[in-house]
Design a protein. Structure first.
Length: 314
C-alpha cells in the first residue's frame, strides 16, 4: 500500500477529495470527503494532493538528544486528538512529547483480536508527529488502539519502564473540553500516557469516610448574556441526537436563569438562535409561568433577529 492514513488525496475520475481515514486492504482505502462521508475507493483511483495535508510533524533539534538538558523534564507524553481544519468530521492522532526523553514508539490497532501495525518511530524532546487519522462519523467502527513507548536519554538517569496505553474510544471520551497544545499550535483532546498514579494514604482515606463534608456551594454570576448554541456547550455535539441537544440546552438555561435570580440581576439575555424555533418556544413556555420573571422580549432584533430572548426579573 503506497498511501498512509491521514494523507490528502483527490479522486481521479470525479470531482471529490478528502483524507484517507481507513486502509481496507492492500488495494482499497476509505476517503472521508468535505461532507463527512467515508467512501471506499481503489487506491489506483486516487492521487495525492501535495501541500494540503494537515499532517503534523514537528521535530526538535537533533543535537538536543545528545546532551542532557539543564532541567530534566521527566513527564509529558501525550496523545493529542485534533479536528482537521478543513473537514470537521476528520480527526488526527498526534503523539506529543513535551518531556526530555527521546521516545521510541509503536502504534498497533486491534479488531476482533487481529492486530495491525500502523506506525512506529522515534520522537525527540519537544516534538510531535501524526500517527493516525479517522472519521468521527465512523467512531463505532474504530479499532482498539495500543500505543507502546520506550524512553531514552543520554547520560545518567533512572531506568524507565516501558509505557503501554490501550483504549477503545467511545463518544464520551470526546465530551471533555479541548486544551491548547503549544507544540501542535491548536486545541486538541489531550490524553497523558505517562501520568503518575497518585499514592493513596490509607489513614487519610479512612478519615475521609468519618469526616462530615461541609461544602459551600458557590454559584457563579452568569453575566449579561448566555449563549445556548450546543457547540458552545459541548465538544461532542456531533454525537448527540436532537432530543439530547434540546435537553442539554434547557438544563443550561435553567441553571443560568437560577444563577441570575440568586445574584439578583435586573435582566439576562439568552442567545438560542432561530433554527426551527423549538428551543425558543420551550424557553418562552418556562419563563411565561416563572414566578421570578417580570416580563420577556426578543433581544436586540437588529443583532440577533429572533434568536435571543431578554428576561426581565422581579
Amino acid at each position: 500500500m503506497k498511501y498512509k492514513l491521514g494523507e490528502f488525496v483527490r479522486f481521479v475520475n470525479e470531482r471529490r477529495e478528502g483524507f484517507i481515514t481507513r486502509i481496507i486492504d492492500e488495494n482499497t482505502i476509505a476517503v472521508t470527503d468535505d461532507d463527512g462521508f467515508e467512501i471506499p475507493v481503489l487506491a489506483s483511483q486516487v492521487t495525492r494532493v501535495h501541500g494540503k495535508s494537515d499532517f503534523t510533524d514537528v521535530h526538535a533539534n537533533e543535537e538536543s538528544t545528545l546532551k542532557q538538558p539543564e532541567q530534566f523534564i521527566s513527564n509529558g507524553i501525550f496523545l493529542g486528538i485534533a479536528d482537521d481544519k478543513r473537514i470537521g468530521s476528520v480527526v488526527h492522532f498526534n503523539l506529543i512529547n513535551t518531556s526530555s526523553w527521546q521516545v521510541l514508539f509503536t502504534l498497533n490497532t486491534e479488531k476482533q483480536h487481529d492486530f495491525k501495525g500502523e506506525c512506529s518511530g522515534i520522537l525527540n524532546p519537544e516534538s510531535t508527529t501524526q500517527v493516525y487519522s479517522a472519521s468521527l462519523n465512523e467512531l463505532d467502527l474504530w479499532p482498539k488502539f495500543h500505543l507502546q513507548t520506550l524512553l531514552y536519554a543520554y547520560g545518567k538517569h533512572e531506568m524507565q519502564k516501558p509505557l503501554l496505553y490501550s483504549d477503545k474510544f467511545k463518544a464520551k471520551d470526546f465530551s471533555g473540553a479541548k486544551k491548547y497544545s503549544s507544540i501542535l499550535g491548536k486545541e486538541a483532546w489531550l490524553i497523558q500516557i505517562d501520568s503518575e498514579v497518585p499514592l493513596i494514604d490509607p489513614q487519610k482515606l479512612k478519615e475521609s469516610f468519618f469526616r462530615p463534608t461541609e461544602e459551600k456551594i458557590e454559584i457563579p454570576n452568569p453575566g449579561k448574556e448566555v449563549d445556548l448554541h450546543i457547540e458552545k456547550l459541548r465538544d461532542d455535539h456531533q454525537f448527540l441526537s436532537s432530543s439530547e441537544i434540546l435537553d442539554i440546552q434547557l438544563n443550561h438555561f435553567k441553571k443560568y436563569l437560577d444563577a441570575a435570580i440568586v445574584h439578583k440581576l435586573h435582566s439576562i439575555i439568552f442567545i438560542h438562535g432561530t433554527g426551527n424555533g423549538t428551543l425558543r418556544n420551550e424557553i418562552h413556555k418556562i419563563i411565561s409561568k416563572h414566578p421570578q420573571v417580570k416580563t420577556f422580549m426578543d433581544a436586540y432584533k437588529e443583532k440577533f433577529g429572533y434568536g435571543a430572548t431578554e428576561i426581565i426579573l422581579k
